[in-house]
Design a protein around this ligand. Sequence first.
Ligand code: GRF
Length: 208
Amino acid sequence: MEPSPPLTQRLGVLLSGRGSNFIAIADNVAAGKIPAVIAVVISNRPDAPGLMEAERRGLDARMIPSRGLEREQYDRQVVEVLRERQVDLVCLAGFMRLLSPYFVSQFPSRILNIHPSLLPAFPGLEAQRQAWEHGVQITGCTVHFVDENLDAGPVVLQKAVPVLEADTVESLSARILEEEHRVYSEAICRVLSGCLRVEGRRVIGVSA
Ligand code: GRF
């Protein structure tokens, strides 16, 4: 019998806005640097530039409006589409919603998020501004598994970014964003390679 070809893993990207992290992921997929395909891009906002870019690239781009829906009611619609598109790994890329326990239970250790600080410092909105105002000298970005709490799941990968004296919130945010674009793809590759194991809060590398 012929050996079966390796199955291509399928990503589902969820976003609400600009979509620069989605674009970095899509570019790396297109360049063969991430061994996966983007099976679907979902936005909860109709005007998200990231969703338009997904359409422009010929990807399956869906708008599922969240307005007026209970959290789990909305999440069930999203999970249905992710299942229909046979998504293996969900990547939140500026998706401005907390996930329900139902959603999280459907993709155990298979949902990633990126956050623009070194978690657990500065969770929530405007993390770059929080870091700048706090006066820290080092901040950065974190890719983590997602649970039902805000910016809280086990850390997959972090990159430090120094805060310079001359920095404004804008210049600091721009340098963090550059790092985000690199680190998210690297974290996706690590998770897809199957060489990570989650032990409590700790993400441990195992030899494949
Ligand atoms: C990024 O800073 C990301 O870390 C945070 O939301 C922002 C999304 O930016 N979760 P973009 O839409 O990917 O450009």
